[in-house]
Design a protein around this ligand. Structure first.
Ligand code: PHE
Length: 364
């Protein structure tokens, strides 16, 4: 056996016996590295006679290939073993009882939106959505609020500096009513939707935050009248507050996109510093709280969406979700809703696994 063959046997033996990745790396440097033994042998080829080289060359090259392959194989084996060991060390027995209860909870606004979706789904309403960045045509013009209309100034709108590709002013929607426009333009009547989401107005105190939540409702069909609106709101509020003695007051009002329009108040009384819904607002100790705006969809809005107002009528309403939450769950400062204080959330938040259902209880 030649010297090269002896070296071949020895090196491959050493590599296969290596027990960790550091040892493999040391062997690689000692053989294939710049000053390594195999590299040194390859260098001797240059000084050999052609005959010698023909004889020794294939052996040296075979040695280099064998050493390279042996290192790669041993390295892969050691890495595989290391991974196995790591996985075995990290194994979790999912059948063991939990050490800590999960701490996540549902924000009251999310909870109320889920409750509304459940209540309205039962009445045949689908959920629609629209973007929070709107254009002024959908947020105002199509809703019968032209540029010169005083209602535009009333909305304390946040505008973007740029216009969109249709040269419309861009803004943060001031209400969920643009979803009425989006729905009527993309869906054939009959339409029955609610549209929950965030809205923005430049306004801030204990009962106003620059971002708040509304749920829009829209029904478009043949022969719809105010009676349908009143029944729908009464049924919804009774289901939401989970009591039958809810008293509503419809006050004549004005919105450019509804005609006639009504604002809806709910009767409540003060109990231990908390507002409790129920009873007639005219009784002693009772008062009215404004909850929502509503009305019959203005003919001009229906026409703006390409529908014939002589065929299709409907009603719409917009309700403040944060207000609904305050009234039902007894919070008194709206600003705390968006402070992100975990103590507030663990006090008022809802269990992540308690999903509101009509059968199981809306706020179970
Ligand atoms: N968009 C109105 C608001 O934000 C509420 C509303 C919606 C009124 C639908 C009538 C009909 O104040």
């Amino acid at each position: 056996m030649s010297e090269t063959e002896a070296l071949h046997t020895r090196l491959v033996g050493e590599i296969e016996a290596a027990t960790d990745l550091d040892a493999i790396e040391a062997l690689r440097v000692a053989t294939l590295g710049k000053a390594g033994s195999v590299t040194g042998l390859l260098k001797t080829l240059g000084g050999m006679s052609p005959e010698q080289r023909q004889d020794e060359g294939p052996r040296i090259h075979a040695l280099r290939e064998a050493v390279t392959a042996a290192i790669a194989a041993r390295k892969a084996a050691l890495e595989g073993a290391a991974l196995e060991a790591k996985l075995a060390g990290e194994k979790l027995d999912m059948t063991l009882p939990a050490v800590a209860t999960p701490a996540g909870s549902i924000h009251p606004v999310s909870q109320v939106m889920d409750e509304l979706a459940e209540i309205f789904a039962d009445m045949g309403f689908a959920v629609a959505t629209g973007p929070e960045i709107e254009d002024d045509w959908r947020n105002f013009t199509a809703l019968n609020i032209p540029e010169t209309h005083p209602a535009r100034a009333m909305h304390d709108t946040f505008y973007f500096p740029d216009r969109d590709e249709e040269d419309r002013a861009m803004l943060l929607r001031t209400h969920t009513s643009p979803v009425q426009i989006r729905t009527m333009m993309s869906q054939e009547p009959p339409i029955r939707i609610i549209a929950p989401g965030r809205v923005y107005r430049s306004d801030s105190d204990a009962t106003h935050t620059p971002m708040f939540h509304q749920v829009e409702g829209l029904v478009i069909d043949r022969g719809i009248h105010m009676g349908h609106l009143k029944w729908t709101l009464e049924t919804f509020l009774k289901a939401y507050f989970e009591r039958d003695d809810i008293v509503l007051r419809l006050r004549p009002s004005y919105f450019p996109f509804t005609e006639p329009s009504a604002e809806v108040d709910v009767g409540y009384k003060q109990e231990k510093g908390r507002r409790i819904v129920g009873g007639n607002g005219d009784d002693e100790g009772h008062a009215w709280m404004e909850l929502l705006g509503s009305g019959m969809v203005n003919r001009r809005v229906i026409a703006n969406c390409g529908l014939d107002p002589d065929v299709w009528q409907g009603f719409a309403f917009g309700v403040g979700v944060d207000r609904l939450a305050m009234l039902k769950y007894g919070m008194d400062d709206l600003r705390a809703f968006f402070d992100g204080d975990l103590r507030w959330l663990s006090h008022y938040g809802f269990g992540a696994l308690s999903v509101p259902t009509l059968s199981g209880g809306i706020s179970a």
